[in-house]
Design a protein around this ligand. Structure first.
Ligand SMILES: [Zn+2]
Length: 177
């Protein structure tokens, strides 16, 4: 358990944190980002984009995917647009993403090893649900398209698709619609 370590780190953090710094409730850059949950993006993606605390909303999931209209991504984006005042959306994929060609056999075997009942696994259409993809760039384009077509995203909202190099940090612009 890492909890002890986390609580200790938190004590140190609070000791040195200047709580007089007030962060606005709405993001200063009016930007909502959908990115991958990959741990390598922690403290990497934000500085690579020149954004800091209070600048943007960041929604994360495995593979920066939005495929279903009832997805939590679209729920969160809708809040970002109409409560938090975001005007632009950036879908940011990254190179060497773990969701590319996800090994469903390994995933299934690891779930079974962890005591998950096979019937519960069989009930899920694994590939569809986990949303593995063949190419990070195409996945970004598909996600941008899905968000663009979602009826609750207003036409004047600008949507960008980008890929960040997970090793070098450089950003490739794929599309803006
Ligand atoms: Zn990823």
């Amino acid at each position: 358990m890492l909890l002890k370590e986390i609580l200790q780190a938190n004590k140190e953090f609070v000791k040195h944190y200047n709580s007089k710094v007030v962060c606005p409730k709405k993001p200063k850059k009016s930007l909502a980002i959908l990115a991958c949950m990959d741990h390598r993006l922690v403290e990497f993606l934000e500085p690579a984009l020149g954004i800091g605390r209070g600048d943007a909303v960041i929604i994360k999931n495995a593979g920066n995917i939005s495929k279903q209209d009832e997805s939590d991504v679209l729920r969160s984006l809708t809040i970002a647009l109409y409560i938090l005042g975001c005007k632009e959306i950036a879908v940011i994929g990254h190179t060497n993403c773990g969701m590319k060609k996800l090994d469903l056999k390994e995933l299934r075997a690891n779930m079974l090893d962890n005591g998950i009942n096979y019937k519960n696994i069989e009930n899920i259409k694994l590939n569809e649900w986990f949303g593995s993809f063949e190419c990070e760039g195409q996945n970004v384009l598909d996600t941008v398209k899905h968000i663009r077509e979602f009826p609750l995203v207003a036409k004047h909202i600008i949507i960008h698709g980008l890929i960040i190099d997970i090793d070098k940090g450089n950003l490739h612009h794929l599309i803006t619609i």
